[in-house]
Each structure stands twice: as C-alpha cells, then as structure tokens.
Design a protein around this ligand. Structure first.
Ligand code: SF4
Length: 413
C-alpha cells in the first residue's frame, strides 16, 4: 500500500474499507453498493463474508472502460436502483475506495433515497484514511451526521457508548450504568439504523476507543458531553464510572459507591495473581492497545514498548502520558520493522502482536499471541475482564520456556 523506504516497508493495517464495511454491513436491512475496481472488490468480498457479516457486496462493473469512459455515475445509479427493488433493503451505503475516480464521486449526483432505501455515500480511500480503525470512525460519523436526530429534544440521563466491544463487556457496562442511574444506553456501532438516529438525542457519549475523533467532535458540537477513557484496570474503572456520573448529572453518592465497589473488585482480581512478573510487548493494529498496556502495568508487568497503527489523538492522550511516565515507549503509525527491532532490543517474555510480527517473534523462541484473536475476542472491562486477560497472560508467561525449548529442539534436529 505504501513504500516509505527500505527500513519501513510494512505499515500494518487491513485495507481501511474493511473497517468501514464492518460498521456498515452489520446494520439490518443494509446492502452495500461498492464503487471500486475489480481487485479491491475481490479482496473486500472475501472479508465481507469471513470477517464482517457473511453478506455479499454488490457493485457495477467498473473496468477501465467504465471509469474513463464517463458512464460510471450512470452505472452506479442503475445498480442502486436495482438493489432498491428488494423491499427488505432499507439502507444502501455507496462505498468508494482507492481508485481516484471512484474516490472523487460527486455526492450530489447520487440519489438520497430510492424506493424504501436511504442512500449514503461513504468515502473510504486508503490514501486518506490510513487504517481500518479510523475507517470505522469515518463510517460511524457519516451515519450519525446523516441520520442523527439532533433536532429532537435531548433525553436526560441517556448515554451513547461508542466502540466495538466484546458482548460480555457490553452486558457488564449495561449492568453498571443501570446501577448508577443511567436511563438509556445506545451502543455504536450498532445493528439498527435507528440507533444512529437516537444517538443524536443522547446527553453524553462515552468514547471507549481513541480513534473515534470525527464522531466525538460531531457529538460535541451538538452539545453532548464527551467522556474519555474506559473501565479497564482498577483505577481507570472507578474514574470512568465517576466521569459518566458527572457528565449525566447523576446522584454522585450512588455513583461513587458503585465506582468504589467496582474498583475493589478489580483490585481483588489483580491481587489474586500476586505480583505478576515479566515483560510484555504489545503491538497490535486495532487502535485500542494502550488501555491493555495500562492494565498490564497496573498488574505489575513491565511493558517496555507498545505500538499501534493509528495516529496519536487527543482522545488517547491520557493513556499516552501515563504510559510514557511509567516507562513504555509508545509508537504510532508503526511499521513491522519497528516492532521487530523492539523485540530484538528488549527480548520480552511475551509479545501480543500482529500475525506477521508473531511469526518473527516465535522464530526467536519467544512466546507470541495474536492480539485480535486473544484480546479483542475476550472481555477486558471491569474485574471480570482483568481476570480473563491477566489469567491468560500469566499462564503463557509461566510456560515461556517451552518456546525456547522448541526452538532449541528444531535447531538441533
Ligand atoms: S481499497 Fe485501497 S487499500 Fe483497499 S484493497 Fe483497494 S486499493 Fe487496496
């Protein structure tokens, strides 16, 4: 995708359109119409089936002759009309990708509604949106800008929780918010187009992941309070609950009591592991790595280096400052080569990384697990999340010699 010189060849992100498709295709009644060339379409059809919603993408044939021959907009309009003939389709996102001509499609030449379906152009070119997490933000903000019911009266004590999270975490968050007196919660990205409309009526938004900058500023400009951080680790959990209480003007006595209870539960879990020892490198590409690092540091582990694919953002600044103070070198917009170099420099006891990095790490006889499968696919919030993540990490570090022995065995045989 990008070549920045011989020492930095591999920026790590899926195709950004993948992140946007995850958000758009999971909405009920959606049929994506993609404006892309055949190469992108081939790859993105694969991901839409295997990693998104097991649904197909529809696209007009856009070969050179259509793109340069001037029929592209007419072809797109015809495709949208054909999709809209299905009465079960309520929403047709038109997704444009990297091909310059499709990235520059004029929105005013597309219909806003056809038959039963709303039509919305979402531009996801990789040369502008560098990573798939940031493309999620582009998709969510496009949806909220178009459908958010900002002109309706605000709902008191109503909160938007913004960020893709593991289902158990969503249940835990719902339970805690109910205990502190939050009256309604909308979770975005969501499966119902109406969630994006109702989000415009909420009083505050808790942004769980730091890359939702566009969406957060849209909500903020509509008068909603923005709550930063997330309930990961004992200290941040209590702080997060209190921030929600303040943002929604809840009964702070109850809020503080619940915050203290949840903090103590998380502390107990961490104490149960004793003083965890070992060093861990975290090098994901999902944009939510820094709160995990915070949890590991709070549990007593050493994290000399952490990296992510996204840019440094104001929403993630608190974590950045804390991690830097505690001695973690934080790298944004990272390259595979930087991660590999950090592994050789620090020789940690465990790497939580991307697939390409993990292969390299295992060849060094160092344990490595894939961030997406092992962190994004388990709870991480509150005490139960800490138990799940730290339990897994403690178990792997305890067996780290197995990797060394494996390497020695294959080296000798
Ligand atoms: S949209 Fe861009 S990054 Fe994605 S597959 Fe096509 S050319 Fe590659």
């Amino acid at each position: 995708m990008e070549n920045m010189g011989c020492s930095k060849l591999h920026p790590q992100s899926m195709c950004p359109a993948f992140g946007g498709l995850r958000v758009l295709m999971r909405i009920d009644g959606t049929q994506v119409c993609m404006a892309a060339d055949q190469g992108c379409l081939y790859g993105l059809t694969f991901v839409s089936h295997f990693y998104v919603a097991r649904r197909s993408i529809v696209s007009p044939e856009l070969m050179n002759v259509q793109i340069s021959g001037g029929t592209m907009i007419d072809d797109l309009r015809r495709t949208i009309e054909a999709i809209a003939e299905d009465p079960s389709v309520r929403f047709i996102p038109v997704v444009s990708t990297c091909v310059a001509e499709t990235a520059g499609i004029a929105e005013e030449l597309l219909p806003k509604r056809v038959g039963n379906a709303e039509v919305l152009l979402v531009r996801l070119p990789a040369f502008q949106i560098r990573t798939h997490p940031e493309a999620k933000d582009v998709a969510v903000s496009s949806l909220v800008r178009r459908f958010g019911a900002f002109d309706h009266p605000k709902r008191e004590k109503s909160l938007v929780v913004l960020g893709e999270i593991f289902p158990v975490d969503a249940m835990m968050i719902g339970g805690v918010l109910q205990r502190i007196g939050v009256q309604s919660v909308i979770t975005l990205p969501g499966a119902d187009l109406d969630d994006y409309a109702q989000a415009g009526r909420a009083s505050a938004c808790a942004v769980l992941h730091p890359f939702y900058e566009r969406t957060a500023s849209l909500f903020e400009s509509a008068g909603m309070k923005i709550v930063r951080g997330n309930p990961i680790g004992a200290n941040a959990t209590a702080q997060w609950i209190e921030r929600i209480g303040e943002a929604l003007d809840l009964d702070m006595e109850i809020v503080r009591q619940v915050a203290e209870e949840e903090k103590q539960k998380a502390k107990q879990v961490m104490a149960g592991f004793g003083h965890l020892e070992g060093s861990v490198i975290v090098a994901g590409y999902e944009g939510n790595e820094l709160p995990l690092v915070r949890l590991l540091l709070e549990a007593g582990l050493d994290v000399p280096y952490a990296s992510t694919s996204i840019a440094r953002t104001p929403l993630g600044e608190e974590d950045h400052q804390l991690l830097s103070t505690l001695g973690t070198e934080v790298r944004y917009r990272k390259y595979l080569e930087e991660d590999e170099e950090a592994v050789l420099r620090h020789r940690p006891d465990l790497v939580i990384g991307t697939t390409a990095l993990d292969s390299f790490v295992k060849e060094q006889g160092i344990p490595a697990i894939y961030y997406t499968n092992n962190i994004s696919a388990r709870p991480i919030f509150f005490a139960s999340g800490a138990a799940s993540v730290l339990g897994m990490i403690a178990g792997i570090i305890a067996k780290k010699d197995v990797y060394r022995k494996m390497k020695e065995y294959f080296a000798e045989s």
